[in-house]
Design a protein around this ligand. Structure first.
Ligand code: NAP
Length: 281
């Protein structure tokens, strides 16, 4: 009961007082650049998404995490709540319309609105030549990596619009700038996200919704094992890395927090590379 009251007070003035989150930490951060903001994240029970979730919550946001597997959601929620952070979670496979709907519903139920959306979930089910990728592979990659962020945002839009000052972060990859051999369809999907960022930034600016894009380089996670666990590949890649090391998920998290904060209130439509090397002319 006390926790429910604490949660409600923390969400004010935005929340509907009748709606409570069920599992919340009692030691929620009240200060921070994201205090009282509500953040929804996809693909956030591990790797880069998890590090971003932790950082947004440490910076004061109430965070709703999600991924495909219930046990991963429960584990991630328990870990972050154990750190005293304000976190709830639900299952959401971003490629499934009903799951996206549930994520929206849960976020509203937990806190009555959403200020921040981080679309981090991304897949690459195929390694091989671009023209060797089947239609199913193309569909899966484009559905998950490109269509799902747009569809989820369209479901959240009316609620974000109501808050009057929202931020969206898409997650691309340096493979959008420098295509990686044998990851053709993935490279293309990540390039499409750069276009989606600029297009949405233009369309949503009148609604005071900013849209920016995190562009990670090689970051040490399960997803990138094939690169960082192979010494030959990594030694070759290292040549182009001024900082000469593999990135950590935490290297991405501070940038996302900044882009969602008031300090970034005049930044939209940007793609920002976090890769230990320079990427522009
Ligand atoms: P990761 O460590 O493998 O974590 C992936 C997370 O997403 C997990 O929480 C996973 O949990 C969830 N997930 C996977 N498929 C999902 C789906 N269809 N719907 C919802 N959740 C899903 O991956 P990561 O390296 O952090 O990558 C995160 C993002 O960064 C991706 O978009 C990736 O393309 C991008 N990226 C990564 C690197 C890198 O070097 N690591 C570089 C550039 C870009 P469940 O299994 O429970 O679903």
């Amino acid at each position: 009961m006390l926790q429910a009251v604490v949660w409600t007070l923390r969400c004010l003035p935005h929340s509907n007082p009748g709606l409570f989150v069920r599992r919340q930490s009692s030691r929620v951060a009240q200060r921070g650049v994201l205090a009282k903001r509500v953040a929804v994240l996809t693909g956030s029970t591990d790797g880069i998404g998890f590090a971003i979730a932790r950082r947004l919550a440490q910076d004061g946001a109430h965070v709703v995490i999600s991924s495909r597997k219930q046990q991963n959601v429960e584990h991630a929620v328990a870990t972050l709540q154990g750190e005293g952070l304000s976190v709830a979670g639900t299952v959401c496979h971003v490629g499934k319309a009903e799951d996206r709907q549930r994520l929206v519903a849960k976020a509203l139920e937990y806190c009555g609105g959403v200020d921040i959306l981080v679309c981090n979930a991304g897949v690459n089910p195929f390694v091989g030549s671009t023209l060797g990728a089947s239609e199913q592979v193309w569909d899966k990659i484009l559905d998950t990596n490109v269509k799902a962020p747009a569809l989820l945002l369209s479901q959240l839009l009316p609620h974000m619009e109501k808050r009057g000052n929202a931020a969206v972060i898409l997650v691309s990859s340096v493979s959008a700038y420098f295509p990686i051999v044998e990851l053709g369809a993935y490279n293309v999907s990540k390039t499409a996200l750069l276009g989606l960022t600029r297009t949405l930034a233009l369309e949503l600016a009148p609604k005071n919704i900013r849209v920016n894009c995190l562009v990670p380089g090689v970051i040490k996670t399960d997803f990138s094992k094939v690169i960082h666990c192979n010494e030959a590949i990594w030694n070759q890649l290292k040549q182009s890395h001024q900082l000469q090391r593999i990135g950590k998920p935490e290297d991405c998290a501070g940038l996302v927090s900044f882009l969602c904060s008031e300090d970034a209130s005049y930044i939209t439509g940007e793609n920002i590379v976090v890769a230990g090397c320079s990427s522009r002319l």
